[in-house]
Design a protein around this ligand. Structure first.
Ligand SMILES: Nc1ncnc2c1ncn2[C@@H]1O[C@H](COP(=O)(O)OP(=O)(O)OP(=O)(O)O)[C@@H](O)[C@H]1O
Length: 334
C-alpha cells in the first residue's frame, strides 16, 4: 500500500538573494527509505528543516497525512523525529540522562524509559560512554547519541540530516544496518540526507539527487541506473606510463570488458577494480553534467549516449590510451 505520508509541492525558500529550494515537488510514502544526495550548499538541510517545521517556506506547501504541517504542529511533533546536523541542546546531560528524558518526554513511564534507555545505549554502541556528558563526547559518539535520541520513542517518521557524518567505517555500517532494521521491524518511514552514497545505497528505496535547490533526478536506484544498464567501471593503477604509478578510470560496457582486461596483460598493473556503477557514480555524473541534463528520470540519456560522453570527456583531456582507441573502434566514435 503506497499511502502518501509527506506531500511537498512547489516548495521555494530563499535567503536574501540565494535560492536554497527552487520549486521542489515530491511525495514520501509510508515506510519507505528516501535518501537525498547533493553537493555542499545544494539546499538539502533547508529542505529537511522545512519538513521538520523549523523553517518557514517562502511559498509552496508541505503536507503530512494530507494536512499542512504548519497548521498541525502537534501532529508533527507526535509523528516526526528530526535529527539535525548538529545539536547542543543536550550538552549538559549524560548520554543516559539524555535518552531517558527524551523517552519520558515522548510518553514512556519511568520503568519503560529506563528499559528503553538501556536498550538504546546498547543498540547505538554507546555503552562505553553512557555516563559521559554529551559535551565531552567525540564527534562520532555525539552522532550516535543523536541517533539514539532520534529513534527513542519509536516515532513513525525519522528525518535525519547526515546520519553517518563523523562516524568511523564500522559505526557507519552499523548505523545503516540499524536504520534498515528499524524500517523493517517497525515500518518507520526514513528520510535522510547523506554524502555517504556508497553505503546508503544498500538501504535506499528511492533517492533524489539535488543541486542548486532542485532535484536533478528522483527514483529508485534501479530506475536511475536504467540508463547505465550493463555499464561497468574499470579502475586500475599502472606504472606503464613510466615512473610514478597512476590511476586510470573508464566507464565501459560488459561487452567491451574482455578487450580491456586482455590489454592490461602487458601493463604493470598494481591494483585493479571492476565494478558495476553505483548511485555515487550516478550522483557525480548528474552533478558534473547537470547543466546539460534534464531533471527527470524519463529523460536520462541512453546507455550509448552516456558511453559516448565518457569517451569524449577522456579525449578532451588528451587521455590517449590503447583501451580508449579500442572503445572508439567499437563504438565508431571517430
Ligand atoms: N540561515 C541561513 N542564512 C543565509 N543563508 C543560508 C542559511 N541557511 C542556508 N543558507 C544558504 O542556502 C544554501 C543552501 O544551504 P543548505 O544548508 O540547505 O545546503 P546543504 O545542501 O544542506 O549543504 P551541505 O551539504 O554543505 O550541508 C547555501 O547557499 C547556504 O549558504
Amino acid at each position: 500500500m503506497n499511502e502518501v505520508l509527506y506531500s511537498v509541492r512547489n516548495l521555494t525558500k530563499s535567503y536574501q538573494k540565494r535560492v536554497a529550494n527552487d520549486g521542489l515537488s515530491f511525495d514520501i510514502v509510508r515506510s519507505e527509505i528516501f535518501g537525498v544526495l547533493g553537493d555542499n550548499g545544494a539546499g538539502k538541510s533547508t529542505l529537511v528543516r522545512q519538513m521538520a517545521g523549523l523553517t518557514t517556506p517562502d511559498s509552496g506547501s508541505i503536507e503530512l497525512f494530507g494536512r499542512d504541517i504548519r497548521r498541525n504542529l502537534p501532529q508533527l511533533r507526535e509523528t516526526v523525529s528530526f535529527m539535525p546536523q548538529s545539536s547542543e541542546a543536550m550538552n549538559r546531560l549524560t548520554v543516559k540522562e539524555a535518552i531517558y528524558y527524551i523517552s519520558r518526554l515522548r510518553g514512556a513511564g519511568r520503568a519503560a524509559a529506563r528499559a528503553e534507555t538501556g536498550s538504546q545505549i546498547d543498540a547505538w554502541n554507546l555503552s562505553g560512554s553512557a555516563a559521559k556528558e554529551a559535551v565531552k563526547l567525540s564527534g562520532g559518539q555525539r552522532r550516535l547519541l543523536q541517533l539514539a535520541i532520534a529513534t527513542t520513542g519509536r516515532l513513525p517518521v525519522l528525518l535525519l540530516d547526515e546520519p553517518t557524518n563523523d562516524l568511523d567505517p564500522i559505526n557507519r555500517e552499523h548505523v545503516w544496518d540499524r536504520l534498515s532494521a528499524i524500517n523493517r521491524e517497525l515500518g518507520t518511514t526514513i528520510f535522510f540526507i547523506t554524502h555517504d552514497a556508497q553505503e546508503a545505497e544498500k538501504i535506499i528505496d528511492r533517492v533524489a539527487i539535488m543541486r542548486d535547490g532542485r532535484f536533478l533526478a528522483i527514483g529508485t536506484p534501479a530506475e536511475l541506473k536504467r540508463a547505465q544498464e550493463r555499464h561497468v567501471k574499470v579502475e586500475y593503477r599502472t606504472r606503464s606510463a613510466g615512473g610514478e604509478p597512476v590511476w586510470k578510470r573508464y566507464t565501459t560496457t560488459v561487452d567491451d570488458l574482455h578487450g580491456i582486461v586482455d590489454s592490461l596483460a602487458d601493463e604493470d598493473v598494481t591494483d585493479l577494480l571492476v565494478r558495476t556503477e553505483t548511485i555515487e557514480d550516478l550522483y557525480k555524473d548528474y552533478v558534473r553534467n547537470s547543466a546539460v541534463r534534464e531533471p527527470v528520470v524519463d529523460s536520462l540519456p541512453d546507455a550509448a549516449a552516456q558511453l559516448e560522453m565518457d569517451v569524449e570527456t577522456h579525449a578532451r583531456h588528451g587521455d590517449r590510451d590503447p583501451r580508449l582507441d579500442h572503445l572508439r573502434a567499437q563504438r565508431h566514435l571517430e
